[in-house]
Design a protein around this ligand. Structure first.
Ligand code: DGL
Length: 275
């Protein structure tokens, strides 16, 4: 049976599953649909216009599926498309629906983890170039020093299931070394890409134990719970049947084979074509 008004969770590929997993754990009563735009991933190296165009197309698809609320569980889409969609598109196409991202909820609390007031953000080239993290974090923690490092090969390594192989170590080590060289007193590293939690064990091999590694799943889940509590008009519009459906713009067989690695349990997805 199809859910009437599920909460939409979007990513360029598999990464958003790391967020969805935490959201479903925290708020199991709602219906969810997940869409991975695997046919066009990665977004991280694409232009602003391309990421905006792809993301808007996917948001419209979620609206057609009945979603009143869509989470862009992708930092790159949150950095490059969210604001334009919220400010320019929503008022015209769906004034009663909401699209939220993952950067703001992270920015709201990340400073609390740091004693040295110096943090590093590891993200895709697109997220880093947008400067969204330094700008958003600056609104909540103006005293915090924020260093960024674009880890251009990390998503392709993960998407191709090469991230646990020996060759991946070169790229992990390089970016950890770079970011710690930029800010000598960094005591918190944010994984500012929803794919990166899959690299946690390898990253830790190259990280001093004194540096805390923060991923976003739990942060986004807590923030969503709070949002729904503060917005009863949206909360009551979300259907509650504890169902989760998965869609991909690429092969559903490939998706199902890969997705378990991100979500932890078996997934059966359906393929969609976006025009
Ligand atoms: N997982 C996405 C993010 O959080 C990006 C992956 C991509 O480059 O498509 O930024």
């Amino acid at each position: 049976m199809q859910s009437e008004n599920p909460i939409g969770v979007f990513d360029s590929g598999y990464g958003g599953l790391t967020v969805l997993k935490e959201v479903v754990n925290k708020l199991p009563q709602y219906d969810y649909i997940y869409l991975g735009d695997n046919a066009r991933t990665p977004y991280g190296n694409r232009s602003f216009d391309t990421v905006y165009h792809y993301t808007l197309q996917c948001v419209k698809w979620f609206f057609d599926k009945g979603c009143k609320l869509v989470i862009l569980a992708c930092n790159t889409a949150s950095a490059k498309a969210l604001r334009t969609i919220q400010q320019n598109d929503l008022p015209k196409i769906a004034p009663d629906r909401r699209v939220l991202g993952v950067i703001r909820p992270t920015a709201e609390i990340i400073g609390n983890f740091s004693d040295t007031k110096s943090i590093g953000v590891l993200a895709t080239p697109g997220t880093v170039a947008s400067d969204s993290y330094p700008m958003e974090i600056g609104k909540f923690f103006p005293e915090l020093k924020v260093y960024q490092e674009a880890c251009n090969m990390w998503v392709p390594l993960i998407e191709n299931n090469e991230h646990l192989n020996h060759g991946a170590d070169y790229f992990i080590k390089k970016h950890i070394h770079n970011i710690l060289g930029k800010g000598k007193d960094i005591d918190v590293l944010l994984l500012g890409c929803t794919h990166y939690p899959l690299l946690i064990d390898k990253i830790k091999e190259y990280l001093p134990v004194s540096v805390k590694l923060i991923s976003q799943g739990q942060i986004v889940a807590d923030s969503l719970a709070d949002y729904l509590h503060r917005h009863p008009e949206i909360e009551t519009a979300c259907s509650k049947g504890s169902r989760t459906e998965f869609f991909t713009t690429d092969s559903s067989t490939d998706f199902d084979n890969h997705a378990k690695m991100f979500y932890g349990t078996e997934i059966i997805s359906k393929h969609i074509d976006l025009q």
